[in-house]
Design a binder for this molecule. Structure first.
Ligand code: ZN
Length: 312
């Protein structure tokens, strides 16, 4: 069989492709303008929290039902085959310089400023609902993530880690009865978080994530963070809780997000993206402290993509 030689792209063609890719990624950010799109992103994020924000948005736009993606060859290694006629999802993948390019650079003096760089391009992957298990003797790997009920207690092991994270940023956490129906609160003046001790462990974790997000917004402030009014901060806190609890395997189907339609419509796309970036960063901090406390939550995504997902 003849091997198809891929023609090298000219610089002009490459620049055109880059612009097309960027335009496609911008479209993925646009979905944050609607309540449904916002929720689709947070839901995709529960499965793809180790991927870059850009890739989370690209997956949410193209395949909101996906809980796992991998390249064609990576699916074969997992014991699955992409079904006939399925159209690939495109996400950012790094393209490091080839050995040949590096060799050429070294031979021409190895100037650090001229070193060939890794660039990113949109590469094809497929979702778990676009593949079918291969027949025996293949042994398809299990794919279903654990689903836990919000009224359950499976997340009890992560509570000490969440309390530890709160203490790390100078907050105290108390579990005590709360009158008036609130599940918890955060008091900025005393840096105190209180969570209702009558809740199930899973509800306590969700409430702690929410209150921790309020505390982190103040303690983990970065120059690029968007300015938040009361409602905006509430949207951030609830979005963080939603996506973190989902990443820990709790069903998020019944949750509603206090989405701010008028804010989203009137804000620049860049503000929406920075707000999503803040949520992603705070959620990563919480997940980083907790995700390894639970069996079955270890991230296997990175190992199964043909190319590593973008994490920058
Ligand atoms: Zn709140």
């Amino acid at each position: 069989m003849a091997v198809k030689q891929r023609r090298q792209l000219t610089d002009e063609e490459r620049a055109e492709r880059r612009e097309r890719d960027r335009e496609y990624a911008r479209k993925a950010v646009e979905q944050l303008r609607s309540s449904d799109g916002w929720k689709a992103w947070l839901t995709a994020r529960t499965s793809f929290h180790s991927y870059s924000l850009g890739n989370q948005l690209l997956i949410a736009m193209q395949r909101p039902t996906a809980t796992r993606v991998a390249g064609f060859q990576a699916w074969l290694r997992l014991g699955y085959c992409v079904s006939r006629g399925e159209i690939a999802i495109r996400i950012w993948a790094p393209c490091p310089p080839t050995r040949k390019q590096l060799e050429k650079w070294r031979q021409s003096g190895g100037d650090p400023d001229q070193r060939p760089r890794t660039f990113f391009k949109l590469a094809a992957v497929f979702a778990d609902d676009q593949v079918a298990p291969l027949p025996p003797p293949a042994v398809p790997a299990p794919l279903d993530p654990p689903i836990r009920d919000v009224e359950g207690d499976e997340l009890a092991p992560v509570i000490p880690s969440l309390v530890g994270l709160a203490e790390e940023i100078g907050c105290t956490v108390a579990f005590a009865p709360i009158s008036g129906g609130a599940h918890g609160y955060y008091q900025p003046s005393t840096d105190r978080i209180v969570v209702d001790d009558g809740l199930s462990a899973n509800q306590r974790v969700k409430t702690l994530c929410h209150e921790l997000a309020h505390a982190l917004v103040r303690h983990d402030r970065q120059p690029n963070d968007p300015a938040l009014d009361y409602a905006g901060e509430e949207l951030v806190a609830e979005s963080v809780a939603y996506t973190c609890v989902g990443a820990l395997g709790v069903s998020t189907e019944d949750y509603s997000i206090p989405y701010l339609a008028s804010w989203a419509e009137s804000s620049d796309l860049e503000v929406l993206e920075r707000t999503a970036g803040l949520i992603d960063r705070l959620a990563r901090r919480i997940e980083g402290a907790t995700i390894h406390d639970l069996p079955g939550n270890v991230d296997t995504h990175a190992a199964t993509a043909d190319q590593q997902p973008v994490t920058a």
